[in-house]
Ligand binder design. Structure first.
Ligand code: THU
Length: 143
């Protein structure tokens, strides 16, 4: 896994997704945690979807940024995540939570994931498979 390398080394597409994720972070609705998160992904058609965390007074009803972006993709007809970026509010890049990994797995078991820090000047890039090597996927439903 690459650690906090220069963003300038990334491709134009990767940089564009980072920009979209940081933009989406600005739209986060997180009055309870004050922890803003944005996400952006590119699907198999080359379409970009972004999302932010959307919290709720009934705390468990809140949604993470990654799942917001994924739900937007699926409801618009996309089925495969190629690359997903998550931009969190921490000094260092933070990868998706376990629940988000399960949903990323469903629509992007072979996808790449880039995590960027709060300013977007540090990143880490890896594979969903690396983050979630023993994922429960549709294959496991076979008896
Ligand atoms: N959050 C995300 O949006 N993505 C993650 O991968 C981890 C956590 C959100 C959920 C909640 O609104 C806030 O961050 C604090 O947990």
């Amino acid at each position: 896994m690459k650690t906090s390398e220069a963003i300038s080394k990334l491709s134009i597409k990767e940089k564009k997704l980072i920009k979209e994720a940081l933009k989406a972070k600005g739209r986060a609705y997180a009055p309870y945690s004050n922890y803003l998160v944005g996400s952006a992904l590119i699907d198999e058609n080359g379409t970009i979807f972004s999302g932010c965390n959307v919290e709720n007074a009934s705390y468990p009803a809140g949604l993470c940024a990654e799942r917001t972006a994924i739900v937007k993709m699926v409801s618009e007809g996309g089925r495969k995540i190629k690359l997903l970026v998550v931009a969190a509010s921490s000094e260092d890049p933070v990868f998706p939570c376990g629940m988000c990994l399960q949903v990323i797995q469903e629509f992007g078991g072979n996808s790449e994931v880039i995590a960027v820090n709060k300013t977007g000047d540090k990143f880490q890039k890896t594979l969903t498979r690396t983050l979630f090597p023993f994922a429960f996927d549709p294959e496991k439903l076979k008896k």
